[in-house]
Design a protein around this ligand. Structure first.
Ligand SMILES: [Zn+2]
Length: 476
């Protein structure tokens, strides 16, 4: 991994090439694996995932969800139980037809998601209202033969995620669970300094087998959207075919109400797209695996002194609960600056002979390149600085979303638009389809979650009475 030239492509020239360069050179992913669409998540990218994961895992546990693990394979007969769900995934599934050199009697599907295999078990486990709610999460990998091509993290054929699946006695409790899951994702997004738009998807794009889906759409710097975490109200659509029933307090047999919700390693790519600049990634301090990279500026004869200072600064910063790394490698300082800039480490600390003499360290902020000396006795300022960076990155994301959401009253305004257009829609699937075709790929992403908006004009496509206000954008 010695190749460390800076990023050659500018975001303004070619955002897509810029992104590919950053995730590769920044050690987030390596696409040169022998199977297309099955990428290697390299150590730095994986460490970012672990940060997102650890935070989210502790949040859901506080909310009463527990972790478990279910099998990778799903037998064909099981997948056929819920036809609508299966149909939604059929084109994307990989199937195993042979094992131990023999042809299998029944195909085994590699999970594209785990509803079916988990609900088979839920039917065995749930007997009484006393067994409810049942709330289980898995951290696993899923495989989908994505036909829209591949893009590292954003569209991969195998990805890591968490998938939580809950079962409840009443519809109201399931709706409440959806709300709670959405709030948990909001907290995760805040850590990632990303402001999403919370949308209820139109029927055409609702998760296969769900009553409704609440999805977080995130704007990228090139004005498109990437779908973030999704929460699905499954109603009784799975509990009926899978026969997941319980005896209620009156001794009546009822079907459970269910939800499922997931967040994937796509978030790593989204963070790069959202915060990166022409020098590479810019990570929010809360999810940066290393928050402070110390680069010693070695001088012949002063090595011991500088090393001592580096160790002491590291120790003191660690006492402040910061994640710190000293880069002692035998590369030039310039090479190392570039290395940590590419990876998006929020703060770099340089320590050279002059700094040691003056009792200071030179601190450089990744987000704006601003450099300033900080007294060694006042290292707490670095912690304050990181908090401030986190706050400002989130603020910037909020502003970006706000500034790039515009009302559109005619189709013309949507063509070639940047970000979200807010428009009126009659609700017909035909208008939805025509709109996408006539605008060159802009899609109705959904209606605002948790807030009913009143139409401010007729349907943007057909001119008839509008039923809802929708958000339209071009998606990755
Ligand atoms: Zn219409």
């Amino acid at each position: 991994m010695a190749e460390e030239l800076g990023v050659q492509t500018k975001r303004s020239e070619n955002f897509s090439d810029w992104y590919l360069e950053v995730v590769r050179k920044g050690d987030f992913i390596d696409q040169r694996s022998p199977i297309k669409g099955f990428d290697v998540i390299t150590p730095w990218g994986y460490a970012v995932w672990e940060k997102i994961q650890q935070h989210f895992d502790s949040l859901i546990k506080q909310g009463g969800v527990v972790n478990a693990y279910f099998p990778l394979f799903i037998p064909e007969n099981l997948i056929k139980k819920e036809e609508e769900h299966f149909a939604g995934f059929k084109a994307e599934t990989f199937a195993v037809t042979e094992a131990g050199g023999e042809k299998l009697e029944e195909r085994l599907f590699v999970r594209p998601t785990s509803e079916t295999i988990m609900y088979y078990m839920y039917a065995l486990w749930i007997r009484s209202h006393k067994d409810l709610p049942l709330r289980i999460n898995q951290w696993n990998n899923v495989v989908r033969f994505d036909t829209k091509g591949t893009k590292p993290f954003i569209r991969g054929r195998e990805f890591l995620w968490q998938e939580a699946h809950t079962a409840h006695a009443t519809q109201q409790e399931a709706d409440e669970q959806v709300k709670q899951a959405v709030e948990t994702y909001e907290q995760s997004m805040e850590k990632q300094a990303i402001e999403p738009l919370l949308l209820v998807r139109p029927k055409s794009d609702t998760f296969a087998g769900a009553n409704y889906s609440v999805v977080m759409d995130c704007l990228t710097q090139d004005g498109k959207v990437v779908q973030g975490p999704g929460t699905h109200m499954l109603g009784q659509n799975f509990s009926k075919p899978f026969n997941i029933t319980f005896l209620d307090e009156k001794g009546q047999q009822q079907h459970v109400w269910q939800t499922s919700w997931g967040m994937t390693t796509r978030m790593i790519g989204l963070n790069v797209m959202q915060h990166g600049d022409d020098k590479g990634a810019v990570l929010p301090p809360e999810i940066a695996p290393i928050q402070v990279a110390i680069v010693p500026i070695m001088f012949t004869g002063k090595e011991d002194e500088i090393k001592k200072a580096c160790e002491s600064v590291k120790e003191n910063l660690e006492k402040l609960k910061l994640r710190v790394h000293v880069d002692y490698r035998d590369y030039s300082p310039g090479f190392k600056f570039n290395h940590w800039e590419l990876r998006g480490v929020p703060v770099r600390v340089e320590i050279g002979p002059k700094d040691v003499e003056a009792g200071v360290v030179t601190v450089v902020k990744r987000v704006d390149g601003v450099k300033k000396p900080i007294e060694m006795a006042k290292l707490r300022e670095i912690r304050k600085m990181l908090k401030q960076i986190q706050k400002e990155m989130l603020k910037k994301s909020k502003k970006f979303l706000r500034d790039n959401t515009q009302d559109a009253r005619e189709l013309e305004k949507i063509k070639n638009s940047f970000g979200f257009s807010r428009a009126n829609w009659c609700g017909s699937a035909e208008c939805e389809k025509n709109l996408k075709a006539e605008t060159g790929g802009y899609e109705i992403r959904g209606t605002l979650y948790g807030k009913k908006e009143k139409p401010f004009g007729p349907c943007i496509q057909c001119g008839k009475k509008a039923e809802q206000v929708v958000y339209i954008a071009k998606a990755y």
